[in-house]
Design a protein around this ligand. Structure first.
Ligand SMILES: [Zn+2]
Length: 141
């Protein structure tokens, strides 16, 4: 956690009201309301707050939920998983491991090969279309 942390005022200036609500207050955007649930371009999905690479478009799948869904993180260390007992259920919250931004939740009903479903908010993500995703060695370009 050596990244400089933005102050609350800086975050409010950088993010839209919805991006702030989702990432800082663990909010959830309305299904089918975000910009990425029906996105099919190649690229790397980065944290909207700190730009950490979180998901590759190659692991995105059609979940039918109205939220962008991935079957695995780009790097297991990029996404922090936290037990979330709000709303009278136990779920697994997914956060950006670098800055702590709330991303969404992880469920175990995803497709092969992982069986996992990272149900993310578009508001937490920024698609970097210039980042190469086909070639593993080009991800840090
Ligand atoms: Zn982040």
């Amino acid at each position: 956690m050596s990244e400089p942390t933005l102050t609350d005022a800086e975050l409010r200036q950088k993010l839209t009201a919805e991006q702030y609500h989702v990432t800082q207050e663990a909010g959830t955007e309305r299904a089918f309301s975000g910009v990425y649930w029906d996105e099919h371009d190649d690229g790397v999905y980065r944290c909207i707050v700190c730009e950490a690479p979180l998901f590759s478009s190659t692991t995105k799948f059609e979940s039918g939920t109205g939220w962008p869904s991935f079957y695995e993180a780009m790097d297991p260390d990029a996404v922090e998983l936290v037990s979330d007992r709000s709303l009278f259920m136990t779920r697994t919250e997914a956060r950006c491991a670098r800055c702590g931004a709330h991303l969404g939740h992880l469920f175990d009903d995803g497709p092969a090969p992982t069986g996992q479903r990272f149900c993310m908010n578009s508001a937490s993500l920024h698609l970097d279309r210039d980042a190469a995703v086909e070639d593993d060695e080009a991800q840090e370009a």
